[in-house]
Design a binder for this molecule. Structure first.
Ligand SMILES: [Zn+2]
Ligand SMILES: [Zn+2]
Length: 123
């Protein structure tokens, strides 16, 4: 079987900011067996194990372009703005980002804070 080797995971992706870890099967911008898919960044990719569709795959994460930490694509860990940035690096260099990104990060920063207009009611 020729496809035997590519099924084997290359290793385990571990986000260095959260607890996410998952085996990845490809690192790069063009996952194999995908038709005309080119990723915007070098990514850790896992072939979707839940479907037989060869074009389906999951992007687990990639390396921060500033500190080269390995981070997942989760909104609490990183964002993509022409390159991948981990959130700690974004916050350190927040002035370098456009206002829409700043606002977006502000939102992510305070997950516990509820807007005052929305009173909590036990339902
Ligand atoms: Zn993460
Ligand atoms: Zn970083």
């Amino acid at each position: 079987m020729a496809c035997e080797a590519e099924r084997r995971p290359l290793g385990v992706f571990e986000c260095q900011l959260c607890a996410l870890s998952a085996p990845y099967s490809y690192v790069g911008q063009k996952p194999p067996d995908t038709r005309s898919v080119v990723l915007l960044e070098e990514s850790y990719v896992l072939k979707d194990p839940f479907t037989a569709d060869r074009n389906k795959f999951l992007v687990l994460g990639s390396r921060c372009s500033v500190c080269s930490r390995l981070v997942c694509v989760g909104p609490e860990c990183s964002l993509f703005y022409s390159k991948r940035f981990c959130l700690p690096c974004v916050r350190e260099n927040i002035d370098a980002f456009p206002r829409e990104i700043q606002r977006d990060v502000e939102k992510r920063k305070m997950p516990a804070k509820m807007p005052c207009s929305k009173p909590r009611s036990p339902t």
